[in-house]
Design a protein around this ligand. Structure first.
Ligand code: ZN
Length: 676
């Protein structure tokens, strides 16, 4: 049969252009209810080729992921305190348990990883060491101590942590909690702590040790404050928040299933570890710590349990390639330092017979662990060193990302594949770390903004209709091409059609065709974030941006523990410069509970803050509690209502205060990304 391709115009949600190849499944011509079109023949071929590129007959990961299973809840659904769901494992039941039946719309390697991350429950890792996996993005580990438990990483949300903890108690018996370890400052490892604390007695809470790496509190509470609205909007893409859980939607994040978007909380640490080699005995359990801050997280430790010969790698290593740059947006990480910390761990804890981490399943056997650490270490170092080498030859980030491939010896194992980070975007991150956004090509110095240049491009190419006509032909042809040529055509079409959409955001045909291209690129991606970015892009081209962003109120408890000066820094980045032009003001905010006063000075369209004595003069003074101030910032309380209530008092002009606060932006966290 010739590789003929027929084009069907499906009048669904506008015009969805869908293609069916001779071997791409019976319903691939029809868009599903979310509008995602089926995989084309070349996408199917690209995904089948992956089967030859990885050692799929090696089943060790599945054995390890199931080893020591004590109990499993097949109906694991966790409700949000305010209604709705935080967690739903049965939603992923469409993935076969052995990860062998990938549909043409999912990269088989990612499908396999998604199947592994579906394996959830309570597991015994070794005597006195347990893990709860699949109750949230991260794992919670339980170490038996002399008189109770030490918990490691209490998940992201109150709801998920509580459910996991109660499940462990149900099957292991009720033991007092003596300590909690936060391995690092990312919220999936501490945000659920209140879900544990709510089950503890007053005596347990009074004697509880909370052990964290030095710098934990500043980093944990500040990470998402300044750039929070942009990061959370982008996280909706990265984690596929708006996608269905199905074979044309979200299958997992590579690192786990998804983040638990529940109620985030915080509890401050009692013990901070600042030096590698620190030894601590916690309720009879000896531990040796390694500080790895500045690798995967700005404050992070790993630790070793010498009695069990068990190494907790936190997130320094994991069963996927991690991010040197996180696509939701974050400061880039230092790949050279990261690799050197893995090397240090490999030597420091060379005796380890067991590895367990903050994500994924454990690994047993000294040789396996040494090999795992060496490959993880060398993966990051290879990406670092070779990117720099090419960079020093003058290659641009796009060129490096396109040509850099792991060498065959590093490309054999599954655990360093790009299910989360990728060689491509990590190489760009290394370039960014050293040289920033500029390639030194002056054409990049002062280009027109995207929409303006797009309009000129499209006009010069003869108008949108002409571009679309040619793009449709290319798209049709791509389906019949070999996998690699087809993929390059989709990459090109993404760039081309993006110009048309940015030139004419109302052009539905352009948006539909671009969405169809993103579908194919998403289906082929081995990286879960890439898949979710492409498919969310396709979704938003078809359905628009969300009506609501992720509500800042879910961060309330974290904000209550954030250093106050950081609030004011976050206010400063919300100042509407145009409204503040020519204005000046001196506002004092006194926190009645903290007994602290801050002077906010507005001049030159810039807002400064500084801790001052309570009697420092100001144009207007606002006296309130810190929690009320947090409510003001997150929009839970309105200033105007508050100024007429008894909850705050003020001196000076009420109008001055209202005028001042009205100069602050209220970011909605739902801005457009795939359209201008
Ligand atoms: Zn994590």
């Amino acid at each position: 049969m010739p590789s003929a391709v027929k084009i069907l115009l499906v009048p669904l949600l506008g015009i969805a252009l869908a293609l069916t190849g001779c071997d791409s499944g019976p319903d691939s011509s029809v868009a599903n209810s979310a509008g995602h079109t089926g995989p084309t023949a070349s996408t199917g071929q690209a995904n089948r080729q992956v089967l030859d590129q990885r050692p799929f007959d090696n089943r060790d990961d599945f054995e390890n992921a199931r080893r020591g299973l004590i109990a499993q809840d097949p109906e694991l659904v966790i409700d949000h305190l305010d209604g709705g769901q935080v967690w739903n494992m049965p939603a992923y039941d469409f993935i076969d348990e052995n990860g062998e039946n990938a549909p043409a719309s999912v990269n088989p390697s990612l499908w396999r990883q998604a199947a592994l991350n579906n394996i959830h429950g309570l597991f015994q890792v070794t005597d006195g060491l347990y893990q709860i996996r699949g109750y949230d993005l991260a794992n919670m580990s339980i170490i038996e101590s002399d008189t109770g438990w030490i918990l490691v990483d209490p998940l992201t949300a109150r709801e998920t942590a509580s459910k996991a903890f109660l499940f462990a108690r149900e099957h292991l018996g009720e033991k007092p909690v003596r300590a909690i370890l936060y391995t690092h400052s990312h919220i999936d490892h501490f945000g659920g702590v209140q879900g544990i604390l709510q089950h503890l007695s007053d005596e347990e809470k009074a004697n509880l040790r909370i052990i964290a790496p030095a710098g934990f509190e500043e980093e944990a509470t500040s990470e998402n404050i300044i750039a929070g609205p942009a990061m959370t909007r982008r996280a909706m893409f990265m984690y596929g928040k708006r996608l269905e859980r199905d074979e044309r939607g979200h299958v997992g994040t590579g690192l786990g299933k998804g983040p638990g978007f529940g109620t985030f909380g915080f509890a401050p640490a009692t013990d901070l570890i600042s030096e590698t080699g620190t030894e601590l005995t916690v309720d009879g359990v000896p531990m040796i710590f390694q500080i790895v801050s500045g690798s995967e997280a700005p404050a992070e430790f790993t630790f070793y349990l010498p009695e069990q010969k068990a190494f907790c790698g936190a997130e320094l290593v994991s069963r996927n390639m991690h991010n040197i740059y996180t696509l939701r947006g974050a400061k880039v990480r230092d790949a050279r330092l990261w690799s050197s910390f893995i090397d240090e761990a490999k030597t420091l804890f060379a005796d380890a017979d067991i590895y367990f981490g903050s994500h994924h399943w454990p690994l047993w056997g000294q040789e396996n662990i040494q090999d795992f650490l060496a490959v993880q270490r060398d993966t990051y170092k290879f990406i670092h060193d070779q990117t720099v080498r090419l960079m020093n030859q003058g290659a641009t980030p796009r060129e490096i990302a396109d040509q850099l491939k792991l060498p065959p010896e590093l490309n054999r194992a599954f655990h360093n594949q790009g299910y989360y980070g990728t060689v491509s975007h990590n190489a760009k991150a290394v370039y960014q770390h050293y040289l920033g956004w500029f390639t030194a090509n002056p054409a990049q110095l002062d280009p027109l903004p995207e929409s303006d240049s797009a309009q000129r491009y499209v006009q010069m190419m003869g108008g949108a209709e002409k571009v679309l006509e040619s793009a449709r032909e290319d798209f049709e042809a791509a389906s019949a091409m070999g996998a690699s040529e087809g993929r390059d055509t989709y990459r090109w079409l993404a760039e081309l059609l993006n110009q048309v959409v940015f030139a004419e955001p109302g052009n539905d045909d352009a948006k539909q065709l671009l969405a169809n291209v993103y579908d194919q690129l998403g289906y082929q991606a081995e990286s879960a974030p890439w898949r979710d970015f492409y498919l969310t892009g396709a979704y938003e081209l078809r359905h628009g941006s969300p009506k609501e962003g992720i509500k800042p109120a879910m961060m309330r408890e974290v904000l209550l523990n954030t250093p106050v000066s950081l609030f004011f820094d976050s206010m400063a980045v919300r100042l509407k410069a145009e409204d503040a032009e020519g204005e000046s003001a001196v506002i004092k905010i006194t926190f009645t509970d903290l007994k602290e006063s801050y002077l906010l000075t507005l001049k030159h369209s810039v807002l400064h803050n500084r801790l001052v004595n309570e009697d420092t003069p100001a144009d207007a003074t606002l006296n309130l509690t810190r929690s009320l101030f947090v409510d003001l910032l997150i929009g839970r309380a309105g200033l105007k209502e508050l100024l007429f209530s008894d909850e705050i008092s003020f001196e000076g002009s009420r109008l001055d205060l209202i005028g001042f606060f009205s100069m602050l932006d209220k970011p909605q966290g739902r801005f457009n990304i795939v359209t201008p």
